[in-house]
Design a protein around this ligand. Structure first.
Ligand SMILES: Nc1ncnc2c1ncn2[C@@H]1O[C@H](COP(=O)(O)OP(=O)(O)OP(=O)(O)O)[C@@H](O)[C@H]1O
Ligand SMILES: [Mg+2]
Length: 438
């Protein structure tokens, strides 16, 4: 069953503006849906209908198969949480704590349970130190986090977020999207609007493009972003990855399906057209000489000792020079490093309070990683508590795989269900890996 389904949805504002003209929209249970569209295309107007805030002037909307009416409005508000585009429309508590507590309290939950929920959510969003501040005095990005936290605290089945990442800094965007991923792992349906086509391409299961109050196109990101003219016609920018791929393809370097991530872009590079490999000379080399290739500090190095992958130097060069190597024999993939996933209990499993840090220290001594990454709130909290440096904070799975492909041994702390998702992706890329549960 769909979590939300609209058929021929119309909305005309009292001044006569036709903001929605027959929108058919579906978000399946547990799906991640991104709505893209230029300013004024009707994204916010559409979202206001999802929890009954606006009534359609035509067409219909169903939430978990039910029409929205006065009798079930309380139920709908419990099921569908809406985060407004501008946090000021949503924050009115005297303190951040009270603001986040307002929703759960209204659901009739007892004070003690409300307090626990609010503390849990503030920990998840890393806003504990803002608890006693007046929301009006927060920075724009902080307001946004508090507004999202307030809706998450109500634990709705469907989270509808109108431009949740607008105005956030890079770690704010990553943090917010990771929390949405965690909630999605827990089974929640997530619907966002965004102007960031890179984000929509890499995150969504399904994308809607709105234009002038109509659905211009919808489908899986890999189909939507593969259509060359579509984005321009809709007044939107192509994801940078897609633009790069087109340039590579036009030059005969890339082939296959349109990539939506750096990792997929690297997969699209046709190695057969690259008969010469670039490497760094590990010693002075002479043209025609046979060298051994290896990975050192993430770089391909050509040396005159060792065994394994071999090749012939094209031009003479001195130690440290960029050189070219041809006639490579042996499997360069064997030079790749590995990824050890360290699964940290997610917030709902007790978080890092239940972790013995000595065990983690021992595990790291066994793994000896050259790069460490963290995915999800509890993984980051644990690393912070243990004073560990975090080398990979953004796009952690993808960056970890790219680092392993460049020969690094990587450890990734992953919260709860994110660990399994990471393992699935790593397996697809044939990277050596291990899953360590703490
Ligand atoms: N209260 C209102 N009264 C009259 N017209 C409105 C009202 N709110 C929005 N509109 C109009 O409805 C259309 C859709 O607006 P909406 O806010 O839904 O767009 P949007 O896609 O969310 O845009 P943005 O990317 O700028 O947030 C616009 O033409 C806008 O001018
Ligand atoms: Mg809007």
């Amino acid at each position: 069953m769909d979590a939300i389904k609209t058929t021929g949805l119309m909305h005309t504002y009292p001044d006569g503006t036709k903001a929605l003209s027959g929108v058919n929209f579906e978000a399946g249970c547990g799906e991640r849906v991104a709505v893209l569209g230029p300013n004024g295309s009707g994204k916010s107007t559409l979202f206001y209908h999802f929890n009954g805030l606006f009534k359609p002037t035509g067409g219909e909307i169903k939430v978990f198969g039910e029409d929205i009416c006065n009798d079930n409005m309380d139920m709908i508000r419990k099921q569908v949480g809406l985060v407004f585009q501008t946090p000021d429309s949503q924050l009115f508590g005297a303190t951040v704590f009270e603001d986040i507590a307002f929703g759960p309290k209204n659901l009739g939950i007892k004070q003690q349970a409300v307090n626990e929920r609010v503390l849990g959510v503030m920990r998840r969003f890393d806003i504990e130190e803002l608890a006693h501040k007046n929301p009006a005095n927060l920075s724009g990005g902080q307001k946004k986090r508090v507004a999202i936290a307030g809706v998450v605290a109500m634990e709705p089945d469907v989270l509808v977020l109108d431009e949740p990442t607008a105005g956030l800094d890079a770690s704010g965007v990553t943090g917010t999207m990771e929390i949405l991923d965690e909630l999605n792992d827990e089974g929640k349906t997530i619907i966002i609007s965004t102007h960031d086509s890179d984000l929509a391409a890499s995150w969504a299961d399904r994308v809607y493009i709105l234009n002038k109050g109509k659905v211009f196109r919808s489908g899986e990101p890999k189909h939507i972003f593969a259509e060359e003219k579509l984005m321009a016609e809709a007044g939107l920018k192509h994801p940078v990855i897609v633009q790069t791929f087109r340039e590579f393809r036009a030059r005969g370097i890339s082939k296959g399906e349109t990539p939506l991530s750096v990792l997929e872009l690297m997969d699209s590079v046709d190695m057969n057209v690259m008969t010469i490999r670039c490497a760094i000379a590990g010693c002075d080399v002479i043209a025609g000489e046979e060298v051994i290739l290896e990975m050192k500090d993430g770089m391909l190095i050509a040396d005159n000792r060792g065994s394994g992958v071999r090749g012939k130097v094209v031009f003479s060069g001195k130690k440290g020079d960029d050189i070219a190597v041809k006639d490579v024999s042996g499997d360069l993939q064997q030079l790749a490093g590995s990824i050890a996933i360290i699964r940290v209990p997610g917030i709902t499993e007790g978080g890092t309070r239940v972790v013995e840090t000595e065990k983690v220290q021992q595990l790291l001594l066994d793994i000896m990683p050259q790069k460490i990454g963290a995915m999800g709130t509890s993984a980051k909290v644990l690393m912070g508590r243990m004073n560990m440096r975090c080398d990979i904070e953004f796009d952690v799975i993808q960056s970890g795989i790219l680092a392993a492909q460049r020969g690094f041994n990587v450890a990734v702390f992953a919260s709860g269900g994110m660990a399994e998702r990471a393992i699935t992706k790593i397996k697809e890329k044939n990277i050596r890996h291990s899953l360590n549960i703490i």
